[in-house]
Each structure stands twice: as structure tokens, then as C-alpha cells.
Design a protein around this ligand. Structure first.
Ligand code: SAH
Length: 251
């Protein structure tokens, strides 16, 4: 008897690269095949949900579940394609909290891109972007998103600022000095894209702070009177932005 492959929130969702349309056949990669066959003990006829970031979400049925992997037959579309608000999280990776965790949480919170940045006081010097993407895919599958956030190539802050798209406001989470509360600053800008910048454990150095505050597209913002850990700051800032400008606000 075919059954629905259920997980906590309902049918199992899988992100695939293939085009999704009625009758299409989608072959899963080894990892996904193994997950369905050996973790969920899937059988032919079982149903899953597929999304690819372009064609919406589709219900599919397992057509072949064998040693050479799983092939699915695409049936009906369950959700039209939708995107998350265009919010980037630019973060200096921190030692104590793996960037995997930050990537998972920021994906759930609906960022469109994660951009790791190396600042003068960033202790972490290497990042596994492949792993970050895998975490983002898993969080997108679990959270019901129809897109996977982009993972930008990690780069030094000055390089990022030099190529920054100037029409995108950058909210510089600055724990020192005068700054508007983030919600107030976000309300002041028009519709559309945004970006949040958080520093490493040691914060930004004075020279970095000076450069940032001199840029027209940068707005220093406060996240309240306490010093937050970098990951707390990043997730709090994304949540505030989403609730004021993103897809959490009351329409
Ligand atoms: N320099 C700080 C620690 C930095 S906290 C100290 O030791 O005193 C890490 C990052 O989180 C900061 O660079 C900043 O981007 C963000 N952050 C933490 N608390 C904040 C606050 N109250 N307002 C704005 N940003 C904050």
C-alpha cells in the first residue's frame, strides 16, 4: 500500500535540480536515494514533494526504488513558485557557533543570500561553502521554502564593499556608538532589498567602523542595550527586518 513519506511537517520535501512538469521523471542523487530507501524505507508508489527553486512544488511518486537509486514520476503541482524577500545576511563567521548553525537558522528565517565576510578581527579563516549549501538545502526542505538561499563566496570586507550594489541598503549592526534601532532604520527605507552586516566575536575595529559609517549605502543600527553574541545578533536582526519589511509583517 503506497504511503505518504511523512516527516514532522508533512510529506518529505526534496530539492532537485531537474525541471518539474507533469509526467517528468526525476532521478535522485545517491544521497537522496539513500535517504528515501534506507532512512525512510520508501517503496515504489510512495509520494514525496519536489521543488527546484524555479517551477514551484510538485507531488511525485516513486516509480523505481532499486539498487541503482530512486526515480520519481512527477504528478501535480502543489505550490506555485514563490520567493522569499530579498534580504542578504553578511556575517563574519565565528568560532563558537558553526556557520552551519547560522546558515540553517537564517534559511528558516527567510534570507535570500548568506555572504560570509572576513573582517580584521575574524578568527575563522576557512569556510566549507559546500557544507553551508548542504545545510541551506536541508533547512529549505524542512521549512517549506521554495528557494534555497545563495551562499556567496567568502571574501574580505573591503573587497565586498568595493563591489557592493549601491542600491541595496546595508544595515551595519554596530554595538558601539550612536545608531538607530534597526526597526526604525528599516522603516525609513523604501520597499525592496536589504542586507544585514554583523561582526565577529571581537567586533569591528575602529578603522573598519569609520569606513563603514562613511559609505552612503550603509546605515549603522543598534540591536538594543546589551552586547549580543554574533550569531544572536545576526538572527535577531534578520527577524526584525523580516517583521518590518519582509514577509512576516501584517499586510
Ligand atoms: N565588540 C563587542 C563584541 C562584538 S559582538 C564587545 O566585545 O564588546 C559581535 C557582533 O554582533 C558585533 O560586531 C555586532 O555586529 C553585533 N552586535 C552585538 N550586539 C549588538 C548590539 N547591541 N547592537 C548592534 N550590533 C550588535
Amino acid at each position: 500500500m503506497a504511503s505518504d513519506l511523512k516527516e514532522a511537517g508533512g510529506l518529505t520535501r526534496l530539492f532537485v535540480a531537474a525541471t518539474l512538469e507533469p509526467g517528468a521523471t526525476v532521478t535522485l542523487d545517491d544521497g537522496q536515494s539513500h535517504y528515501l530507501l534506507h532512512v525512510l524505507r520508501a517503496k515504489t508508489g510512495d509520494r514525496v514533494l519536489l521543488f527546484n527553486g524555479r517551477d514551484g512544488e510538485w507531488q511525485a511518486e516513486i516509480a523505481i526504488a532499486g539498487k541503482r537509486g530512486v526515480a520519481l514520476s512527477v504528478r501535480a503541482r502543489t505550490m506555485p513558485q514563490a520567493s522569499v524577500p530579498d534580504l542578504w545576511l553578511v556575517f563574519a563567521p565565528v568560532k563558537k557557533t558553526p556557520s552551519d548553525y547560522l546558515t540553517q537558522k537564517a534559511t528558516e528565517l527567510g534570507v535570500s543570500k548568506l555572504q560570509p565576510v572576513f573582517t580584521r578581527r575574524t578568527i575563522v579563516t576557512r569556510l566549507n561553502e559546500e557544507r553551508l549549501l548542504a545545510n541551506a538545502v536541508e533547512a529549505a526542505e524542512q521549512s517549506g521554502r521554495l528557494t534555497v538561499p545563495q551562499i556567496g563566496a567568502a571574501m574580505p570586507l573591503d573587497k565586498l564593499l568595493a563591489i557592493w550594489p549601491r542600491e541595496r541598503p546595508l544595515y551595519f549592526c554596530d554595538e558601539d556608538g550612536d545608531a538607530l534601532p534597526l526597526a526604525e532604520a528599516v522603516r525609513k527605507t523604501g520597499e525592496g532589498a536589504g542586507a544585514i552586516l554583523t561582526g565577529p566575536e571581537g567586533g569591528f575595529d575602529p578603522a573598519e567602523r569609520e569606513v563603514l559609517r562613511a559609505l552612503t549605502f550603509v546605515t549603522p543600527v543598534s540591536l538594543g542595550p546589551r552586547i549580543l553574541r554574533a550569531d544572536t545578533a545576526a538572527l535577531a536582526a534578520v527577524t526584525i527586518w523580516q517583521s518590518v519589511k519582509g514577509d512576516w509583517r501584517q499586510n
